[in-house]
Design a protein. Structure first.
Length: 498
């Protein structure tokens, strides 16, 4: 296994086994790489190599051209990410950047696994820079990295031992659940049953020998399988462990993923599949149908956290649509906010990052005015208190645009106002994270982010955020957390007294 960085592999497994949060630092004379973990999964990565930057990944993958990248870089402003600018320039579609962020994370993590390092340490004190909404399992990293090894002959020679068999480890199920195994690769894992040696697996595998060995390397290095001494024939041998796919209905899971993605950009009427002119009876009937289809009690036996999180999101989002549209007063308030959708999207194109169709040179900025920015922020605060959320959004944006330096409280207010419209909650999350990055020790910003996740039914994600709040301020009072039904969030930690 000389092609793998054994220390990096052990560090990643240790992070997974301990559900750690922190950064794996991998340094060599050629590069410095940081791989960020939360709960043992990868959530971000950073490198000092230009070829590892997101823009370079997009060009390398053929999604944008070098010229488009250079134009986008010219519009970068404080607090705004390249992906947001590319969307505003219409070089990428909204939500598409997530795919390439994951490729970037995998590329950097794979390089850490397949490159020698002069310094390697896991730091739990380093701030985690989470870049993806869907954490990446170390199993996926090993599976990707092994395909980049130039040769696997050495590994083959080392494990072709008939006195040893391959067996799944105690943590095989949880590790394998995060690996995107093809049907053929899953068959290879099934052949690891505690009785088959590597030679037996190679003979029965549907893959060619080289590819089978690569899959076994990934499974072995990720800690899914291990070489053990062959047991006497009379000893009973446990059968293969069930894979997560046996717990789920594949068509239902695909439907769940599709609706999870769709709901994030739909208004309340679209969520329920209705037109704006319907009455309460139609709203109630549509919600009842969705409730029965996505009733979480039918899937309580599924332990997969990502599956349960998506199910909770769908359940919460449909309930929110139902509760809002069931009341004429709340439906009217929401309708007024939703009517600003086109104006909001147009405003995003103009706001700070892109001088749309402007003859101003690249790097042009609107003149700053600190006094006016402060006045606008105060007006935005009043508008928010009066539940005039659109006005709060517009005034907050203008305040940020006119500020001579980034003020985290202004991003925080903008994020809270955006969160009132489900279609804008991705932007709300982004602005809250900007506030946190600018002032990481301000617990109010973290609490708002946790409340946003709870509002979306992403309770596990919220709990992790509130854990960060407790780390920042152990004596903080966490607001009482409830589900969309008004019940306490299951497993939520008690708030501090005092």
């Amino acid at each position: 296994m000389s092609e793998f960085n054994a220390k990096a592999a052990r560090a990643m497994r240790s992070a997974f086994d301990g559900a750690k949060k922190g950064a794996l630092v991998c340094e060599s004379p050629e590069a410095k790489r940081l791989v960020f973990f939360e709960n043992g999964d990868l959530v971000g990565a950073r490198s000092n190599l230009p070829s590892d930057r997101l823009g370079a990944v997009l060009v390398r993958e053929g999604r944008i051209t070098e010229a488009e990248l250079n134009k986008a870089l010219g519009f970068v402003r404080s607090g705004h990410k390249l992906g947001e600018i590319l969307v505003e320039l219409d070089y990428l579609k909204a939500g598409e950047i997530e795919k390439y962020v994951r490729i970037q994370i995998l590329d950097i993590a794979c390089a850490a696994l397949t490159s020698p390092s002069t310094r390697l340490v896991f730091s739990e004190a380093m701030e985690v820079e989470a870049a993806t909404l869907s954490p990446i399992s170390i199993g996926s990293v090993f599976l990707t990295a092994v395909q980049r090894l130039p040769d696997v002959k050495l590994y083959r020679d080392e494990v072709m031992l008939d006195d040893y068999v391959l067996a799944q480890t105690d943590g095989a199920l949880s590790l394998a659940s995060g690996m995107e195994l093809s049907p053929s690769e899953a068959t290879v894992l099934d052949l690891v049953d505690g009785t088959n040696a590597v030679r037996d697996v190679l003979s029965a595998s549907p893959l060619e020998e080289d590819q089978t060995i690569r899959v076994l390397i990934a499974l072995h290095q990720a800690g899914v399988v291990a070489l053990t001494e062959r047991k006497p024939q009379e000893e009973p041998v446990a059968g293969p462990r069930p894979t997560p796919s046996s717990e789920l209905s594949d068509p239902f899971e695909k439907e769940l993923i599709a609706i999870f993605n769709d709901l994030q950009c739909q208004n309340h009427w679209q969520v329920l599949g209705l037109t704006r002119d319907v009455g309460y009876e139609a709203v109630d009937a549509a919600y009842s149908k969705l409730f029965q289809r996505f009733d979480p009690e039918q899937w309580e036996h599924v332990a997969d956290e990502a599956f349960q999180e998506k199910l909770s999101f769908v359940r919460t989002r449909t309930k929110e649509a139902y509760l809002t549209l069931s009341s004429q007063a709340s439906a009217h308030v929401y309708s007024e906010l939703d009517e600003h959708e086109n104006q909001y999207q147009e405003g995003k194109q103009r706001w700070e990052t892109v001088a749309s169709e402007s003859v101003e040179p690249t790097g042009w900025e609107r003149p700053k005015d600190s006094e006016m920015a402060t006045s606008l922020y105060n007006q935005a605060t009043r508008a928010f208190k009066e539940a005039d959320f659109w006005q709060a959004i517009e005034l907050s944006r203008q305040s940020i645009e006119l500020s001579e330096e980034p003020f985290p409280a202004r991003y925080h207010l903008l994020g809270r106002a955006l969160a009132e419209n489900p279609r804008w909650r991705k932007d709300a999350e982004a602005n809250l994270k900007i506030a946190i990055k600018l002032e990481p020790w301000e617990s109010r910003y973290l609490i708002s982010l946790g409340q946003l996740y709870d509002q979306e039914g992403l309770h596990e994600r919220a709990e992790r955020t509130f854990d960060q709040v407790r780390a920042v301020d152990p004596d903080i009072r966490i607001p009482e957390r409830k589900t969309e039904d008004g019940k306490p969030v299951p497993g939520a930690k008690k708030k501090k007294a005092g």
